[in-house]
Ligand binder design. Structure first.
Ligand code: ADP
Ligand code: MG
Length: 682
């Protein structure tokens, strides 16, 4: 028996070249191969008569070859082989292109099982390039459910299939990690059976069952891992803060906190008194005032003689936070510094020196804070803004710079409660579900192309009133097929033909980080009237002067994403608007977009998104800060997900330290998952 950790080169037919192809798919070991799951299946189990074959419905049929195949050399590189087959219900002409195999294998008078779909017209049906095998041969390509794998150049589905089968034959699939009670309770296949069935299911139902098991397994491992992390942290110690009086801070604020902000601050102060490090997520819609909650926490830590690090995902956000915190903290005699990658070496050195000596109390920065060169005298609180840009790994790296400092993460991406628990299982959550008073909602409209002149007139009107506009497009490059407006091309069109007199600027994800920041900063300073952008503007930057956002082909975005984008306007005093354009005529799609026009509650929108599109959207993007899950298609039902989480929570309570083979295998898997995760976050 081979081991899961053995290299794929152990397999017959895998030499240097094959190994390189497999490496393209991140397959190095037998385990990688066995965990390379099909992205779908072709049901080739249906066996019908020739007369029952229908166009576009591939099926298997048993037929006899009625003549000797004739091959015609049409031109260089094109040979066409024709043959007629028949069963008791009818005859069918088959055509093969460049298939020596068909020309040689198909024997006059012999019977074969074919798999394919007919195409044709009133003259009669025909079939092109069907798969076939002799009736007495083992069912390899017909009469079975065929897994379809993600592939790479030079590696065909058939080859991959055979390699996976070979691997499964010479080594055991990954060990069982689910206790038997759990499997029984949730009607889950045992591991060996599931890993085999996912690659060679006897039926589509069995494939579904195997997939369910593997999704369950992944979420189970992930949730269990988060629970363990949480448990470990609970056992750590943190000094209790003595001074919890925030009155001086409140006196500096030009407004009073909302009820939700107050609750969140209370929860944080309670955490500070527990004697264990805080691990809290503050989740609130754009504009709900998360920065003030963070500031209150920072103020408290500083007044207790601890240093604070606030990490932002972009330089410009870091600068904005630095500016507002400096102003707020100056009268309180709390020093604030900035540390970003684009500062000069000398500037950075100075800030780092102050941090190390302990003369600087609060530092705001980007990833520059994570480097080894940054050391603190007495780091007591780490705050990460816009959490979805940071993974657990980065969070823990920053925390590692102090002795178990308190941790506060802030996220503007409303995650449905059901998922929040799963995604942030290692964190306590405070929710800001209330906007500061007097905030006007962003009026949102859904229009079609016939409104184009009015949209343009509206843009012009906003600009003439001294305001700025965003125009968001789904992709950078033109994609004719989808009719998607590419940002760059659209910016060009607007500038050339519609608004030659306005200042139009462009922002997209293919620009370098520093270029993006520069473009955004210039726009924030009012140096352009209209910014045409892709979704890169989704995160963070405040442009209070922006009062209009036009989102082109809005149906191409998820609801939560649209909501997030919309949050970029309406941050100043002026009334703001969001216009969604769409060519889409699908009533469901339009209904979905209309829902967005009616509600401004990010959590409700997220719940709606989850219902409509499944959890894939929330887990799919690398930005979610989650590990890459192996079961490619996470559009699973929520129930599996919730079940897995519930089961793992109970498992941690009752059997977290038990010594059964399942428990040991699970602990090992958790270790692997988090290791891989750390890898993908860097
Ligand atoms: P976000 O949650 O999106 O990070 P911010 O913290 O940037 O929101 O706050 C958005 C705006 O609301 C800021 O200009 C901030 O000064 C203001 N703000 C925050 N809290 C309040 C409040 N309680 N009352 C009035 N304005 C507030
Ligand atoms: Mg913010």
């Amino acid at each position: 028996m081979a081991k899961l950790s053995d290299p794929v080169t152990l397999l017959k037919g895998v030499g240097q070249a094959r190994a390189r192809q497999l490496a393209n798919l991140n397959i190095f070991t037998l385990e990688d191969l066995i965990c390379h799951f099909p992205r779908g299946y072709e049901d080739r189990t249906r066996l019908v008569n020739i007369e029952k074959l229908e166009p576009d419905a591939p099926a298997c049929f048993r037929a006899m070859v009625m003549n000797t195949p004739r091959t015609a050399h049409v031109r260089k590189g094109l040979d066409v082989t024709k043959v007629t087959v028949a069963d008791t219900t009818g005859r069918l002409n088959l055509t093969f292109f460049n298939s020596q195999y068909a020309a040689q294998q198909l024997q006059y008078g012999s019977e074969y099982i074919f798999y394919g779909a007919v195409s044709g017209d009133f003259i009669g049906y025909n079939m092109t390039n069907p798969t076939f095998e002799p009736v007495d041969a083992p069912a390899v390509n017909t009469r079975r459910v065929m897994p379809i794998y993600p592939l790479t150049a030079g590696l065909s589905n058939g080859v991959l299939l055979r390699l996976v089968q070979q691997a499964l034959a010479i080594c055991d699939a990954p060990a069982e990690i689910l206790p038997e009670e759990v499997r029984r309770e949730y009607d889950i296949l045992p591991a060996q059976q599931a890993y085999t069935a996912i690659h060679q299911p006897k039926s589509m139902e069995e494939a579904e069952q195997a997939k369910k098991r593997l999704i369950f397994e992944e979420f189970f491992v992930f949730s269990a891992g988060l629970s363990l992390m949480r448990q470990n942290r609970r056992e750590k110690k943190a000094e209790v803060f003595e001074n919890l009086d925030l009155q001086p801070f409140y006196q500096e604020l030009p407004f009073s906190l909302t009820g939700a902000q107050r609750r969140a601050v209370e929860e944080i102060l309670k955490d500070f008194q527990k004697g264990a490090p805080m691990n809290r997520l503050v989740q609130g819609d754009v504009g709900s005032g998360k920065t003030m909650v963070a500031a209150a926490a920072a103020c408290c830590a500083a007044r207790n003689g601890r240093q604070v690090a606030l990490m932002a995902p972009t330089e410009i956000l870091a600068e904005q936070h630095f500016a507002s915190l400096s102003k707020l903290f100056a009268p309180l005699q709390i020093s604030v510094g900035l540390l970003t990658g684009s500062m000069s070496v000398k500037e950075k050195k100075l800030v780092r020196q102050q941090l190390e000596e302990g003369t600087l109390q609060v530092v705001v920065g980007t990833h520059a804070l994570l480097t080894d060169a940054t050391r603190f005298q007495n780091l007591g609180l780490v705050i990460a803004d816009e959490q979805h840009r940071f993974g657990v790994a980065q969070r823990s790296r920053l925390s590692g710079k102090g002795e178990d400092p308190h941790l506060l993460v802030m996220s503007a991406t409303p995650i449905p409660r059901t998922l929040a628990l799963l995604m942030y299982g290692d964190l306590d959550v405070s929710i800001l579900d209330e906007l500061p008073p007097g905030r006007e909602t962003v009026d949102t409209f859904l229009v079609n192309e016939s409104y184009r002149p009015r949209i343009n007139a509206f843009i012009r009107k906003q600009v003439s009133q001294g305001n700025q506009c965003f125009v968001v497009c789904p992709a950078v490059e033109e994609n004719q097929e989808l009719g998607v407006k590419a940002a760059a091309a659209w910016a060009e069109t607007l500038q050339q033909t519609v608004f030659p007199d306005l200042r139009i600027t462009l922002l997209h994800g293919q620009m370098k980080g520093s270029e993006k920041e520069a473009a955004m900063a210039a726009f924030a300073r009012g140096e352009a009237d209209v910014m045409v952008a892709t979704t890169v503007i989704e995160v963070g930057v405040d442009v209070p002067n922006a009062t209009l956002m036009v989102i082109e082909d809005a149906d191409r975005f998820g609801l939560s994403q649209l909501h997030q984008l919309r949050g970029r306007v309406g941050r100043g005093k002026a009334k703001s608007y969001c216009i969604l354009t769409s060519h889409n005529r699908n009533p469901e799609t339009l209904e979905r977009l209309k829902a967005l026009c009616k509600t401004t509650d990010g959590f409700r929108i997220a719940e709606e998104d989850l219902k409509l599109r499944g959890p894939g959207d929330f887990f799919g993007s690398r930005q979610s800060g989650l590990p890459a899950f192996r079961v490619a298609d996470l559009s699973c039902d929520l129930k599996t997900l919730k079940d897995a989480q519930g089961a793992s929570a109970r498992w941690i309570d009752t059997a977290g330290t038990s010594d059964t083979p399942e428990a040991r295998a699970l602990r090992q898997r958790i270790g692997q998952l988090f290791q891989r995760w750390e890898g993908t976050m860097n």
